[in-house]
Design a protein around this ligand. Structure first.
Ligand code: AMP
Length: 214
């Protein structure tokens, strides 16, 4: 999310989109809820349709976008290639964090139900538990329980880890350490993206531009 604010481009998080659908009780949300709560992956065709509709919106057409949590399977990656053709992804970032650190971070994570701002038990909002950004309620995600986290990590190993080879072969992959403070990781990512982007990759944003809601 911070990257999208920094570069003034849309942040497209499939997890956020699915949680919003669950909250507003749409047909997609009712179907997705049981997968989300159990930490299971939503079927590829559903996620691909959702992403196709999102990428069809005008705000993705001029300055690019950040995809977050997608693709998570090789089928999704192949589907994404089809959606972007004749264009293609500029860069894929593999944020490397040891499993025990991921477990610790997710178990202590707290999120704002309204704007999605992220906190932790060690870095809570100023007023417990009201979001510093929008005043919304800050809670533990349903799927941040120990059982669901373990399931998500196992799924990562089986379904998502093969994407490292997939994007490495396509010469799109950069591996970055996700260890350290949020600021340290963010600085590493900006350095990488700035080094990768050639002149003209992102035009400077028009003054007063806003990427819209995160
Ligand atoms: P996230 O917020 O990215 O951790 O995603 C939360 C949950 O949403 C995941 O555990 C899955 O149940 C579902 N989800 C998000 N993105 C995807 C995806 N690309 N493919 C399948 N399921 C997804």
């Amino acid at each position: 999310m911070r990257l999208s604010h920094h570069y003034v481009i849309p942040h497209i998080s499939t997890g956020d989109m699915l949680r919003a659908a669950v909250k507003s009780r749409t047909m997609l949300g009712r179907e997705a809820e049981r997968y989300l709560d159990a930490g299971e992956l939503i079927p590829d065709e559903i996620v691909l349709k959702m992403v196709a509709e999102r990428l069809d919106q005008d705000d993705t057409k001029s300055r690019g976008f950040v995809l977050d949590g997608f693709p998570r399977t090789v089928t999704q990656a192949a589907g994404l290639d089809g959606l972007l053709a004749p264009g293609e992804l500029d860069l894929v970032i593999d944020l490397e964090v040891p499993r025990e650190v991921v477990l610790e971070r997710l178990a202590s994570r707290r999120v704002c139900v309204d704007c999605g701002a992220i906190y932790s038990t060690t870095a809570p909002p100023r007023v417990p538990w009201n979001c510093d950004v929008c005043g919304g309620e800050v809670v533990q995600r349903e799927d941040d329980t120990e059982v669901a986290i373990k399931r998500r990590l196992d799924l990562y190993d089986h379904e998502t880890a093969p994407l490292v080879a997939w994007y490495s072969k396509a010469c799109k992959l950069a591996v970055v350490s996700g260890l350290g403070s949020p600021d340290e990781v963010f600085d590493r990512l900006v350095e990488l993206v700035d080094a990768k982007r050639g002149p003209g990759w992102f035009e400077p944003p028009p003054s007063g531009a806003d990427a819209g809601p995160p």
